[in-house]
Write a protein that binds this ligand. Structure first.
Ligand code: PAF
Length: 304
């Protein structure tokens, strides 16, 4: 496994591997997993998928300052370079790109990638500028790594929707591959930020996966229930936890992330075989957690 600290090194290493593996049995397609480090089993699952589907596996670790708003956790974002590199090695990564902030943003930046529409609700509404920061850095990383496929966790479902829109609109020659949410045995979605939770907060945080799972079961069981009712019930279940402060509970069409029009939206969505997302963002103390379920409407039975 090679480590590149500069853009030039990353480009040289990846180009050399492309050349070396041309015509080989595993092929020379580049699979890419962009991360902010503090890697856990969720990241490992992305790296495994990348390894399985590509001849060359590239990982980036970069805590991207421009996707954090004022008062967010940039300064205390957890870091663990040694453990990250060990995990990367175990998962068969070929190149780790580990740039500094100066390497990625050397001078005053005049270019920002803004994706509109899909960024209006959910985390886009409560974290202004966040997705500009994500789209800008991922666009830069794509230009550096030139991947054939890039793998992202579905926990950040809005991020997946934003990046899918970005690569279509900007004709980027890369496939965005969404991968399933990885959970602890008790249901908590894995996140680098879980490390901030006290044991009491962690226990209470289980209400997120539990209420989402119960809602999904109700929808899939064919119970006659409206989207508004589902959102109210999930909100009530989360509010029952004394430590939970809700940022949002929303049910939207996926991946367009537009509201489900109770009168027409559901039948249109069902006819088109579309999907919906039930998503939550909730603070426990200073830690903001997100979670979601995505359902295909053909298999789900939602009523107005
Ligand atoms: O999901 C993340 O870890 C980050 O948003 C990403 C995609 C690496 C961009 O900084």
């Amino acid at each position: 496994m090679k480590i590149a600290a500069t853009i030039a090194e990353a480009r040289t290493l990846i180009a050399a591997l492309r050349e070396e593996r041309r015509g080989s049995e595993q092929g020379n397609a580049v699979g890419f997993v962009p991360t902010m480090g503090y890697l856990h089993e969720g990241h490992a699952s992305l790296l495994r998928r990348s390894r399985a589907e590509s001849g060359i596996s590239v990982l980036s670790i970069f805590v991207n300052p421009i996707q954090f708003g004022p008062g967010e956790d940039l300064d205390r974002y957890p870091r663990s370079e040694k453990a990250d590199l060990e995990l990367a090695e175990r998962e068969g990564v070929d190149v780790v790109f580990l740039p500094s902030v100066d390497e990625m943003y050397p001078q005053e930046r005049k270019t920002t990638v803004t994706v509109t529409g899909v960024t209006e609700r959910l985390c886009g509404a409560s974290r202004p500028g966040h997705f500009d920061g994500v789209a800008t850095v991922v666009s830069k990383l794509f230009h550096i790594v030139k991947p054939d496929k890039a793998f992202f966790g579905a926990k950040d479902a809005q991020q997946v929707a934003v990046l899918q829109k970005m690569v279509i609109d900007l004709n980027m020659d890369v496939e965005i591959v969404p991968c399933p949410i990885i959970r602890e045995e008790d249901g908590l979605a894995l996140s680098s930020r879980n490390v901030y939770l006290s044991s009491e907060q962690r226990r209470e945080a289980l209400v997120l996966s539990r209420s989402l799972r119960e809602a999904a079961e109700r929808i899939q069981s064919g119970e006659s229930v409206s989207p508004r009712r589902i959102v109210e019930d999930v909100t009530r279940a989360i509010q029952a936890s004394p430590l939970a402060v809700i940022d949002y509970v929303e049910m939207l069409a996926f991946p367009d992330l537009v509201p489900l029009d109770e009168e027409h939206g559901l039948s249109d969505l069902r006819d088109s075989g579309g999907s919906l997302i039930l998503a939550v963002a909730v603070k426990f103390g200073t830690t903001r957690l997100i979670d979601n379920v995505i359902m295909k409407l053909k298999e789900a039975a939602l009523h107005v």
